[in-house]
Design a protein around this ligand. Sequence first.
Ligand code: LLP
Length: 402
Amino acid sequence: MNINFKELANKYQTPYYVYDFDHITNQYEELKGAFRARKSLIAYAVKANSNLSVIKHLANLGAGADCVSIGEVKRALKVGIPAYKIIFSGVGKIDDEIRQALELDILMINVESDAELQRVEIIAKELGKVARISIRVNPNIDPKTHPYISTGLHENKFGVDIDTAKRMYIQCKNSENLDPVGIHCHIGSQLTQLQPIKESVKIIADLVRNLKAIKIELSFMDIGGGLGIVYKDETLIDTNEYAQSVLETMFGLDITVVCEPGRFMVGNAGTFVTKVLYEKVNGNKRFVIVDGAMNDLIRPSLYNAYHRIEVLNDNKEFSDCNLVGPVCESGDFFAKNIELPKTEHNDLVAIYSAGAYGFTMASNYNTRGKVAEIAIENGKDRLIRRRETFEDIIALEEEFIK
Ligand code: LLP
């Protein structure tokens, strides 16, 4: 990726996110190719980056969508992902979301509890529909990642245990309004070890075979997302080995493999670019203050996440500092105790690997408008979301002032 950040800053101002769409294409093709031995559906996890143009790009490549709200489902439909490639997951679906998902006739609803299954059945009955169901199994496997993004242990709120899942499948089979079509598991995000994935996929494949023996035949085996990316120096899971070890578990089954990558698709396509406002020294601590902040990219503050950072100037005089934003919280930092060169007002700073869970986790904290998003495709840049103005931010409140 060779992007002229300076030119983009002149054209669109800062801060901004820029995404390399060609990188997204390569990531999609790599994963799709790895599963070529089977029928597969790559259902992009929209939560990672839900910009309509990003989803559209993936739609054009043939991707489906893994959604966790009806809003995400509508985003996917809006840019042309066909309903039959859309999955709706999430531990807390609202009745109205279930109703809309059924009316929109999406591929399947990924059910995460017994209680939810009862709700789906009631709503499907009211609508006179048959709900296609997938059940999220919690395999109780430690994915060995950050605890906030680990989901596959019984202590996490996600999915149901194997015995509950079996009961739920039988209930589906006996219901006129439920059709069991899929099984799902997702053990966590930013995974860099294959073993836990292998173990959990084996658990669900065994369950699929057990169900087949009692005449419950599933069509989709959804292995979740979670493939890690390089932020620093991580050794990654090889996509071919990943696909191979998944496919190996599926012997004797005529089933479509589904996976739901988010970060893998867009993480390293994105860079957050901000500019230096000031430098200051408190005691003997140096601070570089930039115009971007935790409300734009919260991963460092929230997870202590590492993002590679580069100041785009030629200064060779490096020293230790904290790179911070203007928000009134000590937690507003991009990096602490990092060696950066001496900066001048308006120097640009690139924060890499910011394409996933960057913009989608942004807020208007401190009445800061969400930043612009830019796409680069075939060497050409285009705006894909304009910067929010003050008027945008107050638009939903203004009429209520008394
Ligand atoms: N499928 C399910 C059911 C998920 O819960 C997730 C992510 C994915 C797929 C996509 O996972 P990925 O391929 O992107 O790892 N905000 C955090 C990450 C939260 C992930 C939540 N679930 C971060 O910034 O690291």
